[in-house]
Design a protein around this ligand. Structure first.
Ligand code: FAD
Length: 441
């Protein structure tokens, strides 16, 4: 059917990309937009439900022209929006950024990805003293064994992720978008397929949400609702928090992001709970499960507010090298967090080739938060059939690139033994046992 502002549009998933899409559709004047999510905003399983995310510069996937162009365009548009869009700008902190590694292959990749030259605003860091001096005295106390890095004092930083996500969803709602969240009413169990097209979705309470267009933004859970032809690989990362005192939190204000591509990263403690988030770095965890009916194996996400003890050890090693005075402090919170990798880490934003009324907004590939202010604009463009040609090519439906997919491809990620891991190999008693919080945020 022809699309106009009264057309019914159903968005499956109110996480990072779904809330951005809802916002942009509402801003364009669409008056009949509904978003479904099994969790209230911010969803406890959204990859974007997190205290902070890095906003950085760089081209992540490949070096062919379309992708370079698209990455740069994305970055320009997102930067503009983080600076100027009232829904997002108060959550962006242009604190600067330190990128580091230790081994030659990591450093080499870092050169390709970041181009850390003086012309691009980077200064080289070669000694522990040089690393320590990038932050106030008492923050970085470590020996930085073997680290080599680059510091860029502006043009990169971090965002308060959860607050930005909530802000997008609430503004969408204020503009008239209907949010149907919580389970069973917001939990999509299947798409409605009729005469080869998708006509909406069914939810766990038995309701049918019929719509002129359906937009799939279910993140790592998308393959459970649609045959993605192996183009998405649900892959999980691990994050942990430690509690800081009010005084420490004061000392740790306005810090640049510190990211070692083999060890992990941290940003300053969050302003509300004074907790410091640490991510250990690695190529990710799968959860490979074989479907008894088809004999086919795939990675299936699950929610858990704990991390493997081996991840805890990696986080503590990062602390020992950079901030040893915090290395033994107990964790106050931890969780696993799922993304969806395409074979080349370019997004998958396209109409479905057969189901003409279905639009896909998936394939975040682990770098999709920083684009929250603008990703919904492209997904809306895609729905309206006016996506930029190069984005169209880069983000196309491309099952041929996923044939006989190597599920263990590290996709240029390092750390943790440089291997993609599998939660199936983590025994039940090899997980942290942190007391859960009342609201599992
Ligand atoms: P999500 O935000 O996960 O949204 C999916 C939504 O679908 C959720 O709300 C979920 O509840 C909903 N859903 C699931 N199943 C159903 C169903 N059956 N019916 C309806 N709804 C459903 N990116 C950056 O740019 N910078 C960073 O520094 C960064 N750091 C990261 C650190 C970690 C530890 C992780 C895990 C990711 C990081 N990312 C970062 C990546 C970023 O978080 C993701 O790319 C982005 O959040 C993905 O957005 P999404 O909308 O695709 O998925």
């Amino acid at each position: 059917s022809q699309l106009d502002h009264s057309s019914s549009i159903l968005i499956v998933g109110c996480g990072t990309w779904g809330s951005s899409t809802a916002l942009h559709l509402a801003r364009r004047g669409y008056q009949n937009v509904t978003v479904l999510d099994p969790y209230p905003v911010p969803s406890a399983i959204s990859a974007g439900n997190d205290v902070n995310k890095i906003v950085e510069q760089g081209s992540f996937s490949g070096r062919n022209n379309d992708e370079e162009h698209v990455n740069n365009q994305l970055l320009d548009d997102a930067t503009e929006a983080w600076r100027n869009d009232d829904v997002f700008k108060s959550f962006y902190h242009d604190t600067g950024y330190i990128i580091a590694g230790t081994r030659p292959e990591t450093i080499e990749w870092l050169h390709v990805r970041e181009q850390p030259t003086p012309e691009n605003g980077f200064r080289e860091l070669n000694t522990a003293e040089e690393f320590r001096k990038t932050m106030p005295q008492g923050v970085l106390t470590g020996d930085f064994p073997g680290w080599k890095g680059w510091y860029k004092s502006t043009g990169a930083g971090w965002v308060h992720a959860r607050k930005a996500l909530v802000s997008a969803a609430m503004e969408a709602q204020r503009l008239g978008v209907r949010l149907v969240t919580g389970s069973p009413q917001g939990q999509v169990t299947s798409l409605i397929v009729e005469n080869g097209d998708v006509r909406g979705a069914k939810t766990a309470d038995g309701a049918e949400w019929r719509a002129d267009r359906t937009v799939l933004c279910a993140g790592a859970n998308a393959p459970q609702l649609l045959d993605m032809k192996d183009q998405l690989r649900p892959t999980a990362w691990t994050l942990s928090h430690i509690k800081m005192t009010a005084e420490e939190a004061k000392l740790y204000r306005n810090l640049p992001v510190l990211f070692n591509l083999e060890r992990g990263f941290f940003m300053e403690p969050d302003e509300d709970n004074h907790e410091l988030k640490i991510c250990d770095e690695h190529p990710g965890y799968l959860n490979m499960v074989t479907d008894p009916a088809t004999g086919k194996s795939s990675s299936v996400p699950f929610a858990k507010h704990q991390i493997p003890l081996e991840a805890e050890q990696r986080a503590r090693q990062f602390l020992r090298e950079a901030m040893p005075h915090l290395a033994e402090r107990p964790f106050s919170f931890a969780r696993i967090c799922w993304c969806a990798d395409t074979p080349n880490r370019a997004f998958l934003i396209t109409p479905h080739p057969e189901h003409k009324s279905l639009i896909l907004g998936v394939g975040d590939s682990g770098h999709g938060f920083m684009h929250i202010p603008v990703i919904g604009r492209y997904i809306s463009d895609c729905m309206e059939g006016k996506l930029d040609e190069r984005m169209k090519r880069s983000w196309r439906w491309r099952p041929e690139t996923a044939e006989n997919r190597n599920w263990k491809d590290t996709l240029h990620r390092f750390g943790g033994g440089d291997q993609v891991m599998d939660f199936q190999n983590v025994k039940n008693d090899r997980w942290t046992a942190i007391r859960p919080r009342p609201a599992a945020l």
